[in-house]
Write a protein that binds this ligand. Sequence first.
Ligand SMILES: Cc1cc2nc3c(=O)[nH]c(=O)nc-3n(C[C@H](O)[C@H](O)[C@H](O)COP(=O)(O)O)c2cc1C
Length: 359
Amino acid sequence: MAQLFDPYTVRGATFRNRIVVSPMCEYSSVDGFANDWHLVHLGSRAVGGAGLVLTEAAAVSPEGRITGADLGIYRDEHVAKLREIVTFLHAHGAVAGIQLAHAGRKASCAQPWHGGARVTLADGGWTPVAPSAIPFDPADAAPRALTLHEIGDVIGDFVAATQRSLEAGFRVIELHAAHGYLLHEFLSPLANTRTDAYGGSFENRTRLLRDVSSAVRAVLPDDVPLFVRISATDWAEGGWDLEQSVRLAADLKPLGVDLIDVSSGAAVMHQKIAIGPGYQVPFAERIRADAGIPTGAVGLITEATQANEVLVEGRADLVFLARELLRDPYWPLHAASVLGAEIEWPVQYVRAKPQPARV
Ligand SMILES: Cc1cc2nc3c(=O)[nH]c(=O)nc-3n(C[C@H](O)[C@H](O)[C@H](O)COP(=O)(O)O)c2cc1C
């Protein structure tokens, strides 16, 4: 079984280890543009030794942004700064990946540090779109249900965003189909009450994600891996659940999806989550075993030995870390010391590398 510092190859991409920087919104863009914050933030984590550095959710359309300050990839002009960032990440030994997203009914909100509430039209926001006219927060105005024609446009937006991502040099594409955003909303009966080909049965609710996956795969070169992040369960009665996730993962595999990044929750406000260290790992394990597809484990993985065990026990193929990598961008360098793995430090930092005790 693999160890944390074993390389991982998927299609034409080889990560130097199994540590992934989980996507993390920075809410620091103007009109979707990346800037020096993103270069330093993502760059530090490449210098810190992660194998794969994923960007935050990059919106595929302006109305697909959670906030007006989200990163975007809906204009050709977005590509240049992203290319500079990708070049830096690759120069420092990480593989650069991008998460493509549409916020659906959770769009048009304030940045978290401004309270995160819905921004109305009067305050410069926009009307969110969703599978059905059901708000996430019952206190908010309902989103507008997408027409069939507009669903086609969303698929087109994901394809165009993929092409821009390739131009920027990203070597991994991840589709965000988790956390109650648009692609997840179509999956969940709690957000999707459509009666057309995109709602109702399991086959219909999963259609949009399958359509987007196929359309994106069709424009990706064979050597570029495609990941999909899902919420394995809504943690709510009558919602999306693990059994459906296993079925979905098995359906995505033949469409050319290479790995399921297994998160959970955030579809509805009344969710009841049983939270604790590694609480989502059992979902990654189950999908890996029963759908026969590689998985990433994420959620409260903070210790080197804990991360290593997930891999050694065959519960996932990659470990994604978010908050721990905010606390410590050099976590991978420290984890290597803890696990006794011999890895290269950035040459500029070698004088600080812990040396084995002399006898
Ligand atoms: C500041 C912040 C921003 C986040 N933004 C995203 C995002 O853009 N896309 C996503 O899929 N998850 C996002 N997440 C969720 C993380 O990727 C991760 O799944 C979650 O924090 C659990 O992992 P952790 O316990 O290692 O933090 C975000 C989390 C944080 C803390």
